[in-house]
Design a protein around this ligand. Sequence first.
Ligand SMILES: [Zn+2]
Length: 123
Amino acid sequence: MRATSASIERVSDLPPDEPRLRILRTFLDQEATRHEVVATYLRLQLGEVDAALSAAEAARTEPFRLVPMRTPPGRAELHRADCWVPGGRPLSREDALLAREDRQVASILDLCSACRPQDLLPE
Ligand SMILES: [Zn+2]
């Protein structure tokens, strides 16, 4: 007898005895669990891709981040949005330009030496 997905759906193709029905049930339960694990893994991957996509979209509209410095207090450091230094709040290109042009703000603003945000701004 050839088992196809169409023929196995019919109840008459199922074995009549309890041992084989239990084996079939165990197999189907394991397959369902395996697919649930795969689906859970894929949903986790989907979440990570969505987070990276959101970060990429934010970096396009707000390409900088302003991170307050602990020491010395009252200063802040400007980073590119994709800099490895964590924290801070997103900052638009226009706000970054204003911060650099304003002498008072510029006097408390440091530029990250790792990501060099000044390379994205005009001199
Ligand atoms: Zn940086």
